[in-house]
Design a binder for this molecule. Structure first.
Ligand SMILES: [Zn+2]
Length: 363
């Protein structure tokens, strides 16, 4: 699988203006794979060749402006679009994709506690291609809209607000649709599905929710006041500091199983490792660390999500700003007024340690 190079990304960004992804996911299949149909609307600024990326189990069909493309044209993760005319285009792709168990793409987990299954996406850095086809680079932003078919007792979450809009007659599976996002990067699209335990509230006119797998429900309930209190306090403080209002239509925080990192700043649907749903007594430092992660990911809604790096060499700035804002806001708006001490004692040595390795390099 060739990785996208910076010069390839620059050439494609000069050629294309991507508008809209309409993604349909069917999550009712055999547990190994799922079906995705994707409609991408984009404009070519000039005539030329380009490519779309995908990593399917099977590319069933592809159609550009109503004309079939040969699925055998998929080489590694690239489907070439040759002799594209200048002007607007519609690309339709029908694929079978594979669930992951590594936290990359659409992760599928079955809870040993009760046999219930949960799914969530993790698309940073280039794993959107495991879920649906995309012009996968951070500066080709677009609107994302999802329609998801899932077992009847599941809840589907996405970047935008989701609504159960119908069901499939043959098996009663539920159909959910999400509101369209503002223009966001491909690595920030997000969906989570399963029989979540959810606590929902409203703040500043927006829906807020926290979610975890059902078997952790009593533990999330026990800390819901603290988690939502920190969330809304940080939200209000960011609005005092930034003139730009929160750019998305909802704020869901899902505590998901087997998550590789601490959390991911998907706009409107932040995912956290569900070790943050504490199951026994914890120290106040651990509570502060969770609060800091909440504050950090929320900072990304503005810096990272609304304003995004053009290319990955600026990821340091994305993270540094969220780190700075997270600690500052936690200190100003919550009871964790000494959180800069943690920064000095834990986060800085972590950076110093990384910087001393032979793999360190300027970014
Ligand atoms: Zn971050």
């Amino acid at each position: 699988m060739p990785a996208l190079t910076r010069s390839e990304a620059e050439a494609r960004a000069r050629l294309l203006d991507v508008h809209h992804y309409t993604v349909t996911l069917d999550l009712t299949g055999d547990g190994d794979t799922f079906d995705t149909t994707t409609l991408i609307r984009f404009t070519a600024r000039a005539a030329g060749d380009t490519f779309v990326e995908l990593k399917p189990d099977e590319l069933r069909s592809a159609e550009l402006d109503g004309t079939p493309l040969d699925p055998a044209g998929l080489t590694d993760n690239r489907l070439t679009l040759t002799a594209l005319a200048a002007g607007p285009h519609e690309l339709r792709l029908d694929t079978r994709m594979r669930y992951s168990r590594t936290g990359e793409g659409l992760h599928r987990f079955t809870d040993p506690a009760d046999g219930e299954t949960y799914l969530y996406t993790q698309l940073f850095l280039d794993d959107v291609q495991r879920v649906f086809p995309a012009f996968d680079q951070p500066d080709l932003k677009a609107v994302f809209e999802f329609t998801v078919t899932a077992p009847a007792h599941w809840t589907v979450l996405a970047n935008g607000t989701t609504t159960r809009t119908g069901h499939r007659d043959t098996d009663g599976a539920a159909v959910w649709t999400s509101t369209p996002t503002p223009r966001i990067s491909t690595y920030l699209a997000a969906v989570a599905a399963g029989p979540w335990h959810s606590i929902r509230t409203e703040h500043a006119g927006l829906p807020f929710g926290i979610h975890c797998r059902k078997s952790l429900a009593p533990h999330l309930d026990a800390d819901a006041g603290e988690i939502l209190g920190i969330t809304t306090a940080c939200y209000d403080r960011y609005h005092e500091k930034f003139t730009e209002p929160y750019p998305f239509d909802s704020y869901d925080q899902a505590f998901v199983p087997e998550f590789n990192a601490g959390a991911m700043e998907n706009p409107g649907l932040v995912t956290f490792r569900d070790e943050y749903v504490f199951r026994s007594a914890v120290t106040d430092s651990e509570r502060q660390r969770r609060a800091n992660t909440i504050a950090h990911e929320m900072a990304h809604m503005w810096f990272g999500d609304l304003v995004t790096l053009r290319w990955w060499d600026d990821i340091w700035l994305n993270e540094s700003f969220a780190e700075y804002m997270g600690y500052q806001t936690l200190t100003e708006a919550t009871r964790f007024t000494g959180s800069w001490t943690e920064f000095a004692m834990e986060r800085k040595p972590w950076g110093y340690d990384a910087d001393q390795r032979p793999s360190t390099h300027p970014v």
